[in-house]
Design a protein around this ligand. Structure first.
Ligand code: HEC
Length: 104
């Protein structure tokens, strides 16, 4: 029973982590550079300027943090950026911090 209580306590303690950002504590600053390297040029071709209209346009596709993370992962493989999941997380964190600003 002691073990059981310890397990329960353990899972309660980890709950706030689950409720946190889907990208954990990934560093958005590291994501900025990666995004510039692999993603911006194409969005600029489509929308001009610095390409950020892709993220701020009316009818944009993203509506949650998880959407951003999943889309970043999909784009990573589509454009063969070669990022690991922790790098996708950095880029997603960056996109949310600067453009989407979603709370959940
Ligand atoms: C070859 C061109 C191209 C490249 C390179 C590219 N994208 Fe995109 N991206 C698009 C297009 C086109 C759309 C819009 C898709 C649509 O409207 O259905 C898009 C949409 C998106 C969106 C959703 C925008 C919204 O509506 O909110 C995100 C996020 C995104 N791209 C991230 C990335 C990331 C991250 C990378 C780098 C790994 C990347 N893209 C590289 C063409 C590109």
């Amino acid at each position: 029973m002691k073990t059981m209580n310890a397990l329960l306590a353990g899972s309660l303690v980890s709950l706030p982590v689950l409720a946190a950002d889907p990208w954990g504590d990934a560093d958005p600053h590291a994501g900025k550079l990666k995004h510039e390297e692999k993603c911006v040029a194409c969005h600029v071709r489509l929308y001009g300027g610095d390409g950020s209209k892709m993220y701020t346009r009316d009818g944009r596709l993203m509506s949650t943090k998880l959407d951003i993370l999943q889309r970043t992962a999909a784009c990573n493989s589509q454009v063969k950026a070669g990022w690991f999941p922790d790098e996708e997380a950095e880029v997603a964190a960056y996109l949310n911090q600067i453009y989407y600003k979603f709370k959940d």
